[in-house]
Design a binder for this molecule. Structure first.
Ligand SMILES: Nc1ncnc2c1ncn2[C@@H]1O[C@H](COP(=O)(O)OP(=O)(O)OP(=O)(O)O)[C@@H](O)[C@H]1O
Ligand SMILES: O=c1ccn([C@@H]2O[C@H](COP(=O)(O)O)[C@@H](O)[C@H]2O)c(=O)[nH]1
Length: 241
């Protein structure tokens, strides 16, 4: 029996892809999609798990994307980090509207908008049952929010990283480009890194491997998938040591 009495996982770090917030739109935040994601999150909060979220920014801006061509890379990356702040605020607002207490902690100083990232405060929020949303990634250019998820998960002593994405798990190749790509039920960090599987960036994989932090990759748009993952059921792909 786990500490919560119901779930296998007590404290989890959920990485939400920014693109997952777009729904069927080409850009930005789709209100209906956000509402349905909040519904999935509330199922998990009801189980009593402590939930921290790192949200991406790919639905608004990526430092390495076409829109930033010709731009200084670091400037593009700071814009990408600001994009994650907008997603974090939208998520906080939607969680609060559904009665879930949530706090954004930002790795860049925007004090009028969000708390700064302070590890001790984040832990205190989690212990009080508040969802903590980490915004602005690591606060440093040349990184990604996957790496921020790996870093924050280690800092808060999470049991696991859950990567909620658009596809069913880790495949032998990008399933959006290769229809013959095979889904792995589980894969080791070393194999994922060696095969250069791009579901997470190599820095994030390496950091999780070195911390012995398992990752489960699953499809956010599959109803009930997040809850099943938290309950330790077989869903998506487990990346392990
Ligand atoms: N081997 C692979 N297995 C699964 N998905 C893969 C693989 N290689 C590339 N991908 C692609 O990676 C995408 C997952 O990245 P996702 O958009 O969820 O994260 P992100 O880029 O970190 O988030 P954001 O949208 O915020 O930038 C999938 O939609 C899939 O098309
Ligand atoms: O630590 C970080 C995290 C993110 N960025 C920039 O933000 C965008 C959006 O993040 P995604 O992980 O792609 O969702 C990213 O492309 C980077 O430009 C960063 O610089 N540092």
């Amino acid at each position: 029996m786990s500490e919560t009495g119901q779930t296998k996982t007590k404290r989890i770090l959920l990485k939400l892809s920014g693109e997952a917030l777009m729904g069927d739109k080409a850009f930005g935040i789709n209100r209906d999609t956000l509402k349905s994601i909040v519904g999935e999150i509330s199922e998990v909060v009801k189980l009593g798990v402590q939930l921290a979220i790192v949200v991406g920014g790919g639905n608004i801006f990526r430092g390495v994307a076409l829109g930033s061509t010709g731009m200084d890379r670091a400037t593009g990356d700071y814009m990408g980090m600001l994009a994650t702040c907008m997603n974090a605020m939208a998520l906080q607002d939607a969680l609060r509207n559904s009665g879930i207490e949530a706090r954004v902690q930002c790795a860049l100083d925007i004090d009028q908008v969000a708390e700064p990232y302070i590890r001790g405060k984040a832990l205190s929020h989690l212990k009080k049952g508040r969802v903590v949303i980490f915004a602005a990634g690591t606060g440093n250019p040349f990184f990604t929010t996957d790496t921020a998820a790996a870093l924050r998960s280690a800092e808060i002593g999470a049991d696991m990283v859950l990567k909620a994405t658009q596809v069913d798990g880790v495949y032998s190749a990008d399933p959006k480009k290769d229809p013959d790509a095979k889904l792995y039920k589980s894969i080791s960090f070393d194999e994922a890194i060696q095969k250069k599987l791009k579901i997470l960036d190599a820095t994030a994989f390496t950091l999780c491997r070195d911390q012995g932090m398992p990752i489960r990759v699953f499809n956010l748009h599959k109803p009930g998938a997040l809850k099943r993952v938290v309950l330790g059921e077989d869903e998506g792909t487990l990346v392990h040591l």
